[in-house]
Design a protein around this ligand. Structure first.
Ligand code: MN
Length: 231
């Protein structure tokens, strides 16, 4: 017995400063996790965190010092950038308490949760799933992962994004409505977390559209930079 065709390649993200690879199990994302971004999306009240997912092979890994190429997806005229702190899970579990969450973190990366905003709003307004807005190919550009042994626990780090050299997003991970540890606590109630899971923790305010030819240059203090060109 065998596969009827070649099994899909394992999606991976490089570990910084080594030849090691992080095998991606799932990509979870947190919605509206910075107050000022929730406001710009039209929401003002604190609510429990909510989650959506992208397929594991949506990752677009970009080495430090390189510029990745992000193909402009079809079926949108409003592709938005969302710069985000990404948490890489190294050991799994269910019902993880926030106080125990840190020991489940392998490391961190800089990520972009690219979004077809026009489709997201259309789906949202009709109560339909967000998949076509969030889960398209290459929708999850990501830097190499830095192990927590190199970065320390990231609680209060500057996060920013420039487009063509102009500052679009700037905040601090200290402004997360639900901290990394609280996010892990909530998420692990709904899903058993596994080694290889990535959590895109939400974006600060300043999201906006990009077009072909635009160069995105984002970063997070203690981790590094993520550069992507839309092609
Ligand atoms: Mn996002």
């Amino acid at each position: 017995m065998g596969y009827v065709f070649a099994a899909p390649a394992q999606a991976v993200v490089p570990i910084d400063s080594t030849s090691d690879l992080f095998p991606v199990h799932r990509i979870y994302c947190v919605g509206r996790n910075y107050a000022e971004h929730a406001k710009e999306m039209g929401f003002s009240e604190r609510e429990a965190p909510f989650f959506f997912a992208k397929p594991p092979d949506a990752v677009l890994p970009v080495p430090f010092g390189s510029t990745g190429e992000l193909p402009y997806p079809g079926e949108t005229t409003n592709l938005h950038h969302e710069i985000e702190l990404v948490v890489a899970i190294g050991s799994g579990g269910s019902n993880i308490a926030a106080g125990d969450a840190a020991k489940h973190i392998y490391g961190y990366a800089v990520g972009l949760d690219m979004t077809r905003r026009d489709l997201q709003f259309a789906m949202r307004d009709k109560g339909r799933p967000w998949d076509v807005a969030k889960g398209f190919d290459h929708s999850a550009p990501i830097s190499p992962i830095k192990p927590v042994s190199m970065t320390g626990e990231i609680v209060s780090a500057q996060i920013w994004l420039n487009v063509n050299g102009e500052r679009r997003q700037a905040s601090s991970t200290s402004k997360l409505i639900w901290s990394v540890n609280e996010t892990i606590e909530h998420l692990s109630r709904f899903f058993e977390l596994r080694p290889g899971d990535l959590i895109y923790t939400g974006t600060p305010e300043g999201v906006g559209a990009v077009k072909r030819g635009d160069e995105l240059d984002g970063g997070i203090e203690h981790i590094g930079a993520l550069k992507v060109k839309v092609v």
